[in-house]
Design a protein around this ligand. Structure first.
Ligand code: NAG
Length: 354
């Protein structure tokens, strides 16, 4: 780390570009997607007659004299990801790659000249905010509805790239859009599935959200057995190929009458069991974390939670308030009704130390 005297020029209020000392950042706010590379554009000027001895970026800006300005390129959290693209004359641009939410911070460029105490920090700095993506979708829709899915980020992305949508991990090529929304004009039952979104040219993909599409019965058919002549006293079976509510209607030339409805309830074992973790980004000790289990079954399933095979508890939602690193590991939920059971895939929860 550099021990340096902070010059009077250091505070923005006392900063005098007319004297030829300046650092400009453009843009001064960057909203970047998790895992991406960020370019922080920067230029600097100084009066003639000075020679630049050292240039570096730092995360701290001190108000005290005789302070230490830690050089980011010496910080193990940054050194392998930080590349100085500028020069020792006027360009102080850097690239930071594989950004994570932990990199959300203000960054400053600092340079040191050959003349004693002529050092300068660009006090305005660049603010970096790193975001992930979340799909917002209605949980249930009915066939024929118009459905809008939104790919949300916590800040307006600086890189205005194209959004890509996936259903069940397959890209929906026909629906690339500059806009962060996916519009399903008249939703079909085949549109049900797990939706996620990403930015074109980026590796990060949002967690998936399940969209279920409900639909009315279609092509109902009824059969009577035995077919042919039925004699008084025979047993007759009427069968219908669909679930739901049934009525019979009897009619003669004098009129018709409906029976009361009977409900046919088709039960099935759990399917599509999956776990989602909220928040989806990096989880730090002390955070509140919610694990949710979703599954499709009739009758509704009972859910139980397991961490590496050890039973944790029951219920669709498993809440952990004030998480600690002991909670890191693989989680699964099991959904069970009287017809069967289905385990979710294991999901990894990693808790970062503070
Ligand atoms: C600074 O250097 C970067 C990387 O070489 C370059 O892309 C950028 O255009 C330069 N900026 C100026 C103002 O010269």
């Amino acid at each position: 780390p550099e021990i340096s005297l902070v010059p009077p020029l250091y505070l923005k209020t006392k900063y005098n570009p007319a004297a030829g000392w300046a650092v400009n950042y453009s843009p001064s706010h960057i909203c970047a997607l998790k895992d991406s590379s960020v370019i922080m554009n920067c230029t600097y000027t100084y009066p003639t007659g000075y020679q630049i001895m050292k240039v570096f970026w730092t995360k701290k800006l001190f108000k005290e004299e005789h302070e230490v300005f830690p050089d980011l390129s010496k910080d193990p959290e940054y050194s392998h990801r930080l590349q100085y693209l500028g020069d020792k004359q006027k360009n102080c641009t850097i690239r930071l790659s594989h950004v994570t939410q932990k990199d959300s911070h203000k960054y400053y460029f600092r340079f040191i000249t050959d003349k004693h105490s002529k050092k300068q920090t660009g006090a305005s700095g660049v603010t970096l905010t790193v975001t992930d993506l979340q799909v917002e979708a209605p949980e249930r829709v009915t066939e024929g509805d118009s459905v809008r899915l939104t790919c949300k980020s916590s800040c307006a992305l600086t890189d205005r790239a194209t959004f890509i949508w996936y259903r069940n991990s397959q890209p929906l090529t026909e629906r690339r859009d500059r806009n962060n929304q996916l519009l399903l004009q008249s939703v079909r039952r085949e549109d049900a599935g797990r939706y996620s979104c990403a930015l074109h040219g980026h590796t990060y993909i949002s967690p998936a959200v399940y969209l279920s599409v409900m639909y009315p019965p279609k092509s109902v058919s009824v059969s009577i057995s035995p077919s042919g002549e039925i004699v008084e006293g025979d047993s007759v079976t009427l069968s219908c190929n669909y679930s739901g509510e049934y009525k019979c209607k009897s009619r003669n030339k004098h009129g018709e009458k409906h029976s009361d409805a009977v409900t046919l309830n088709i039960t099935y074992p759990p399917k599509n069991t999956s776990v989602s973790i909220s928040p989806s980004g990096e989880i730090v000790e002390g955070d509140s974390v919610t694990l949710s289990c979703s599954s499709d079954s009739n009758p509704p399933a009972e859910i139980s939670w397991f961490k590496e095979g050890t039973f944790l508890g029951s219920g669709r939602i498993y809440n952990i308030s004030k998480i600690s690193s002991d909670y890191s590991g693989e989680y699964k939920c099991k959904s069970r009704n009287k017809h069967g059971e289905k385990d979710s895939d294991a999901v990894m929860l990693s808790v970062m130390c503070k």
